[in-house]
Design a protein around this ligand. Structure first.
Ligand SMILES: *[C@@H]1O[C@H](CO)[C@@H](O)[C@H](O)[C@H]1NC(C)=O
Ligand SMILES: *[C@@H]1O[C@H](CO)[C@@H](O)[C@H](O)[C@H]1NC(C)=O
Ligand SMILES: CC(=O)N[C@H]1CO[C@H](CO)[C@@H](O)[C@@H]1O
Length: 308
């Protein structure tokens, strides 16, 4: 066979042969490099994901050195100052929570990702709660809890310079955006709906299933199933009296283009319940997660709306 081919080739066959081999090797090296670049890109992201934290050495003040977006002009969270907002009649932005908010999920799962607690849920027949905002549908993704060292410094957003014990951030993504919050943020398909919990002396019974599960979530990367309950018990449904603005992820890579809706009317949590969140262990040194909230960022030239 080879002989037959050779017979068709001119005299400098072997040179030609080596040239083909060389091109082949170059091509392999080139594509290999391209793939490994892609992997490094992913790995880089993933490593940074694990690499950031809330300590002095890897905390919010350091993020801008590793993530360009963190130095942007449309960052979250912000201090929502009532006297600086544009008040708009709520009819001008339709906000509709779907009926799945009232339905019991099939399963609910809480996860300690080493930095905060994330709550996941699954409904029957692949149904998911959704929010329709001005005819755009956003599907429920997950819920993150943010807290701080004391009951007065947990929330990321502030309302008129007040911080609350805990901020609960519910992530919604446009249907076509998969189920990755970073990807959704990159595609500008992410809607975050935030609720505050103000510390009191009385337990909030709706939070109890989550607070109970925290005992099993002490160690980083542990998860616990939660007895399912309708989401609206945790995330009350509303269509007016809320802030709305354009911001970013509040954690690296701090991607901008995230729509934020912040419900300023705080829900209640007891100090006892709030303290259980601070007992969780995480971070790269396996210490207590005493804070996982980013300080407020400059509002800059952004317009903050209040839908009345
Ligand atoms: C949103 O929820 C409504 C009501 O449950 C449902 O009819 C609709 O199909 C959902 N939309 C999407 C895009 O999932
Ligand atoms: C983890 O511990 C090491 C050694 O004590 C320290 O140098 C490092 O800064 C700590 N990292 C964080 C994020 O606190
Ligand atoms: C309205 C719409 O596009 N719904 C789709 C959302 O995504 C799920 C899963 O990918 C599809 O099954 C729905 O048809």
């Amino acid at each position: 066979m080879l002989e037959t081919i050779k017979s068709y080739l001119p005299d400098h066959t072997s040179a030609f042969f080596y040239l083909v081999i060389a091109l082949f090797v170059i091509a392999i090296l080139y594509f290999n490099d391209m793939f490994s670049n892609m992997n490094t890109y992913r790995g880089y992201d993933a490593k940074k994901q694990i690499g950031y934290g809330y300590e002095a050495s890897n905390g919010p003040n350091m993020w801008k050195h590793a993530y360009v977006d963190a130095a942007g002009r449309q960052q979250s969270p912000i201090n929502l100052l009532t006297h600086c907002t544009i008040t708009v009649p709520s009819e001008l932005q339709s906000l509709k929570f779907s009926e799945e908010f009232s339905e019991n999920p099939r399963e609910m799962l809480a996860y300690n990702n080493g930095l905060n607690v994330v709550l996941y849920a699954k409904w029957c027949n692949n149904r998911r709660p959704n929010i329709t905002m001005n005819c755009v549908v956003y599907n429920f993704l997950n819920i993150r809890f943010r807290w701080g060292p004391t009951d007065n410094e947990g929330s990321e957003h502030m309302v008129d310079t007040t911080r609350f014990a805990i901020e609960m951030q519910v992530a919604f993504i446009k249907n076509n955006s998969g189920c990755d919050i970073l990807e959704a943020a990159r595609n500008k398909d992410l809607l975050m709906v935030s609720y505050f919990f103000m510390a009191t002396s009385v337990d909030n019974p709706y939070l109890e299933p989550i607070v109970k599960s925290l005992k099993m979530l002490k160690c980083p990367l542990s998860c616990a199933s939660i007895c399912p309950f309708p989401l609206k018990l945790l995330t009350p449904i509303f269509s007016k009296n809320y802030f709305s603005y354009e911001g970013s992820l509040t954690f690296p890579p701090c991607t901008e283009g995230v729509k934020w809706i912040v419900q300023p009317e705080p829900l209640l949590i007891s100090s006892r319940q709030a303290s259980k969140f601070r007992k969780l262990i995480g971070g790269c040194n396996c210490t207590r997660i005493s804070s996982n909230s980013r300080p407020v960022q400059k509002t800059n030239e952004r317009e903050i709306f209040f839908y009345d």
